[in-house]
Design a protein around this ligand. Sequence first.
Ligand SMILES: [Zn+2]
Length: 383
Amino acid sequence: MSTLTQAQPDTAIPARLLSVPLAVTFLAEFTSLTSFFLLLSVMPMLAAAGGAGSSGAGLMTGSLLLGTVAAEAVAAPAIRRLGCRTVLAAGVVLLTSLLPARAAASEPSFVMPSPYVIAIDPGHGGSPTSDPTHLWDPGVVVGAVMEKEITLDLAFRLRTLLQKESVKVVLTRTTDEYVEISERWNRVHASGARMFVSLHVNAFDGDPSINGAAVYYPKSESLPFAQAIDSGLAQSLSRFQIQDDGVISKPELWVHSDIPTATIEPAYLTNPRERSLLLQNDFRDAIAMGIFQGMLAADPQIDLTRIQIAHAEAAAAAQRQAEATSASDAARTATATRWGLIIGSILVLWVVMRTAIRRAVRTPQPPAYRRRTYRRRRSHSKL
Ligand SMILES: [Zn+2]
């Protein structure tokens, strides 16, 4: 058989599966692919946080996906033309740009307005102790009823109403403690309050028939404020038939005050009917509500600030929601990235195998069955 004599001995050099240029190409491809997949998890979040909304985030995802496909097509020619080092450097730049992008995405894009501050002074306070120098002041006392307890309770009720209006409330005392008038004003002043009320209940020694609600103001600057509180109180207490004694100038009270200030005496503890009302929850609620309505009428900024805070809180909630959505998007993207890398690796492996097979084909070798025959023949000839 003539074909047998043409067979060559096994002298071909075995093809190298992984050459250095191929390894570098593989590394460059891997870096560029990873950069794009990581960008894909961050850039839509950045777009949404920047005010582009979910449609903007979707557009960003779409363009990044297109970019990824384009980059995959461009990567190999780019490496050929620019060299693997340039392409690798570009990949590194893309990767390091992720951290600032992520930081920018998490920055809040709104400003929370500062709350409206109101100071409340529960009049009197403090109980006697074994220390004779310790000061205490129960206010008006009729039987077991003490003014200091009523004023603190009224302050708590008013605080609850104001806090529902997003107002920041500062009390000059929250417990049964003795506080000097100057110290009370220091606390009000330090709070940055924009209005201030001091709560008391009235007394008239010797005539229990004296009754009614009155509001005192220290200076003419506080007159409109005192009038607003008085009309709110009069309206709220009318169903209890409390006489409205109006506003009264008392320049000796709160002399240092430079904000709208009023001292409120909603009823007489020395009047039997008003005393029994002062022990009722619904009457105390009505006093707090009257003062609250008066405050709202005195300055529209209270309600405007509440609306601004509500809007800012809604914006904050929307941003938290967007961040949560981005986080779940990022999780999905991470899964997609893993699959992309797996498929990409398989593709790269397939390319490597094909290249290796092509190189092997270029060096012809005798078919396996012929080689076996040839070897058999050679061994025969030796016999
Ligand atoms: Zn008092």
